[in-house]
Design a protein around this ligand. Structure first.
Ligand code: GLU
Length: 465
């Protein structure tokens, strides 16, 4: 059975790049009918791990990514790591190293001066003398001293590392006894039954080290997939400014989880020309071996396009719940339907939708000066006055089509084109010349508010004249 995992270090929030690896691991497990588990790598005691782990779980919940079973916390597994350290020491596969800080620095300096790669020289590898006084030893693992290690990567193919270039007997426990990252990840992955590891290729150089640990402990190797990084438009590593930020910040900006997940799955993976993927499709189509070998480019226009698509396709009940904090609940059900229908084709994010709602519901206090000038040439004021009196004397104006009929009656009576009423009316209602359909706006705000807005703009023109 396939078991994948997501193993974040709690740094305060779930990063968009982290979410992408989580998603890919999740999809692959689902496609294979396997398991997707979560491990919080919270060994760094200096951070506020609990809060940070919670932030990750919140983001998972918002995304609707479900993990299987209990969460594993590395901070609770100290005894397990200790046991395996002891096993390696007992089997002679790891050893105490008593090198002092000064000795290590001196060695490093010498190697740098000789233009060699700084590396531990193995001086305690076969040490059986009396340990020097006053040194708390680290534990090092016996790594191969020559030859090469090949990572059979599911995305990049075989990658050969020369032992000379990357390995030495690396530290698996610090002098305070704390086991190191490459050691604990290996133990956890093995004990948790992880047999497919999908992670960012920033971890590629750790993999040969982890393979040394797998070998020493006699664990089976998982299949590795190292996913290329996300780059910005300039081909550089994605920075915070480019969008490499907290997943929940995307929520605050008005993105929908469906859009974000769809966007992330398409970064470096494709299925023909298809752009829109439902979760069900992703689960049945995604295969990590189809991921591109090269970095993918973050493109916010693409995200906006996807988000607009998902907004447009949401039903109004779900949409109003998402917009709950905005004024939309002050409206009757019918009016809410009208407002959502008119704006959902016009907005890329929920935030933009909220802005459009406000623009419709709030009486304008400012008018775009250019629009004012353009719309109120000639007879505009008297056209609006005719419209005002006709709409006040027409009973039962409710639907956009009712208002449309009034506008039509006015243009027919006055023998003018639609633009002659449309432009000034639009400026009166929302303060500018572009925006949602006027008949819908009026149906939402009603006759009284429509009249008030027309009077306001006429009064403003009077002040300016
Ligand atoms: N905890 C590591 C990180 O957040 C990931 C470990 C792994 O995926 O192997 O970068």
């Amino acid at each position: 059975m396939t078991t994948t995992r997501f193993a974040p270090s709690p740094t305060g929030y779930l990063h968009i790049g982290g979410l992408r690896t989580a998603l890919l691991s999740y999809l692959w497990a689902r496609r294979k009918g396997g398991k997707f588990v979560l491990r919080i790598e919270d060994t760094d005691q200096s951070r506020n791990n609990e809060e940070a782990a919670q932030a990750i779980l919140d983001a998972f919940e918002w995304m609707g990514l479900e993990y299987d079973g209990e969460i594993t916390y590395q901070s609770q597994r100290g005894e397990i790591y200790k046991q395996y350290l002891q096993q390696l020491l007992d089997e002679g596969k790891a050893y105490y190293c008593y090198m002092s800080r000064e000795e290590l620095d001196a060695l490093r300096e010498e190697q740098t001066a000789n233009k060699e790669r700084p590396r531990y020289d193995g001086r305690y590898r076969d040490f059986d003398g009396t340990p020097p006084e006053g040194i708390e030893p680290v534990i090092r693992i016996k790594a191969p001293q020559e030859g090469s290690i090949t990572v059979n990567d599911g995305i990049k193919g075989d990658i050969r590392f020369n032992v000379d270039d990357i390995l030495d007997d690396f530290i698996i426990a610090r002098s305070d006894g704390a086991p190191t990252y490459n050691f604990v990840v290996t133990i956890d992955d093995a004990l948790m039954g992880i047999n497919e590891v999908i992670r960012g290729d920033d971890h590629l150089s750790n993999t040969p080290k982890q393979m040394v640990v797998y070998e020493a402990l006699g664990f089976d190797l998982p299949k590795f997939y190292h996913v290329p990084m996300i780059h910005n438009q300039q081909g550089k590593k994605l920075s915070k400014r480019d969008g490499a930020t907290d997943v929940m910040a995307y929520k605050a900006m008005g993105y929908l989880p469906e859009a974000l997940l769809n966007f992330l799955v398409r970064l470096g993976w494709s299925h023909g020309d298809q752009e829109i993927f439902s979760m069900e499709e992703m689960k049945s189509l995604f295969d990590p071996s189809d991921i591109n070998k090269s970095a993918s480019i973050y493109n916010v226009e693409k995200l906006d396009w996807l988000n607009a698509h998902y907004i447009k396709n949401l039903d109004n009940t779900t949409l109003s719940a998402l917009l709950e904090s905005h004024d939309i609940y002050l409206l009757s059900h019918d009016k809410r339907e009208i407002i959502l229908d008119v704006i959902k084709d016009r907005a890329k994010t929920l935030e933009e939708m909220a802005k459009l709602i406000k623009e419709i519901l709030d009486t304008p206090t400012e008018y775009d000066p250019k629009a004012l000038k353009k719309a109120f040439k000639g007879e505009a004021v008297s056209v609006l006055e005719s419209f005002m009196s006709k709409s006040q004397s027409t009973p039962d104006l409710h639907l956009p089509s009712d208002y449309h009929a009034v506008m039509e009656a006015v243009v027919n009576e006055l023998g003018i084109g639609f633009g002659k009423i449309g432009q000034p009316l639009r400026v009166a209602l929302i303060g500018r010349l572009t925006g949602p359909g006027l008949d819908s706006v009026m149906a939402i705000i009603g006759v009284e508010e429509t009249t008030k807005r027309i009077k306001n703009v006429i009064a403003r023109l009077g002040e300016e004249a």
